[in-house]
Design a binder for this molecule. Structure first.
Ligand SMILES: *Cc1c(COP(=O)(O)O)cnc(C)c1O
Length: 361
């Protein structure tokens, strides 16, 4: 049967990292540390409280949650961020989809610097926004000159910058963000999904001088909340008003809002895992070098490692050893590379043992 699917979607592949719960899962950059028993109890109590009024729609504006997110950003960036500058949705993927809906669309172009996050072009495709792939340098860095040249050539409605970048782990300097913003009349998205692992200053500090800048964040990675589905952005209040035109009414459930507020109230506990994650990442970097491979210098909770002549074979061999990593090697500019994220200490040991066994064979 052939369905009347949109012409521009025919032949496209859905996003689909394997989900194999029986393996040691190091393939989607999750934080390996589950919430503590006391946090679980607080989450359960808050969800029970919200469930008592489940016959009512939730706060459409999620004001209490956005107030908490603004306070968090203010605390970590040192810049006063107000509630009307913050927007939240079900994962930063939904936030970015809303950005594409409001600022992209038919006849408009979005530009990214590849290799980068594979969802950016998919979100563009889903909103019928044309995608232009510009390139990073061979070492995956992005210079001011080449970034500015790309936006001047293509005049994109939306430019995606990602720092630290997925899947390379490399960071951008704020100079690049500012220069790109000043070189384009379009919107500039700085995807800071991994910011808490990095050491560079947040682009939130540029919001005052960059009215078309959008900084997106998520609770999926450092906050150990991938299952929560909560992403957010900071931008000018006018940007937030534009997103209200495309969001679905009541898009954030009362249960999500309540749980996210509890997680934010436990910020110090949740972000307390960041140093442990980085320590395991550094073990991976050292272990990869010890077996004669290389990894790309990373400021995130994952690393690109290789290069391999047959990365898909190595991916399968690691899985046969019980460890699931990400085969990114078919992506643009990524031939030969695999990606792995830091696990707990035993998970990291299992990865390093598996890698050593595969390299020996
Ligand atoms: C993981 C990731 C996200 C987060 O997506 P969520 O929908 O918030 O889980 C966003 N951007 C990048 C670059 C990522 O790697």
């Amino acid at each position: 049967m052939s369905l009347p699917v949109r012409d521009d979607l025919v032949g496209k592949q859905p996003y689909g990292a394997p989900q194999l719960p029986e393996a040691i899962q190091l393939n989607v950059n999750e934080n390996p540390f589950p919430p503590s028993a006391s946090l679980v109890a607080d989450l359960a109590a808050a969800v029970a409280g919200a469930a008592g009024t489940m016959n009512r729609y939730p706060d459409r504006e999620a004001v209490a949650l956005r107030t908490d997110l603004a306070a968090y950003l203010t605390r970590v960036t040192g810049v006063a961020v107000s509630v009307d500058q913050v927007w939240a949705a079900n994962g930063s993927n939904e936030v970015l989809q809303q950005v594409c809906q409001a600022f992209g669309g038919p006849g408009r172009t979005a530009l990214g610097f590849e290799p980068s996050y594979s969802m950016h072009p998919l979100l563009a495709a889903g909103t019928n926004t044309a995608w232009v792939a510009s390139q990073r340098a061979a070492d995956f860095t992005l210079s001011v000159a080449s970034a500015v040249a790309a936006v001047e050539q293509h005049s994109p409605a939306i430019t995606f910058l990602t720092t630290p970048n997925n899947p390379t782990g490399t960071s951008l300097s704020l100079e690049v963000v500012k220069a790109v913003h000043d070189a384009t009349p379009g919107m500039v998205v700085c995807d800071e999904a991994y910011a808490e692992f990095g050491s560079t200053v947040s682009a939130v500090t540029l919001l005052g001088e960059c009215p078309r800048l959008i900084v997106s964040r998520t609770m999926s990675k450092a906050f150990a909340g991938a299952g929560l589905r909560l992403g957010y952005l900071a931008a000018s209040p006018e940007v937030v008003d534009a997103l209200r035109l495309v969001r679905l009414p009541y898009h954030l459930s009362a249960l999500t809002q309540a749980a996210a507020r509890v997680a934010l109230a436990h910020t110090d506990e949740l972000l307390g895992t960041v140093e442990a994650v980085k320590a395991q990442r550094d073990r991976m970097v050292a272990g990869v070098a010890a077996v004669g491979l290389t990894s790309v210098p990373t400021e995130s909770n994952f690393l690109l490692f290789g290069p391999f002549d047959e990365p898909s074979v190595v991916w399968q061999q690691l899985l046969d050893e019980g460890v699931l990593v990400r085969d990114v090697s078919t992506g643009p500019g990524l031939a030969g590379w695999l990606r792995v994220n830091a696990g707990t200490e035993p998970e990291t040991t299992a990865f390093l043992d598996a890698l050593a066994a595969v390299v020996r064979s």
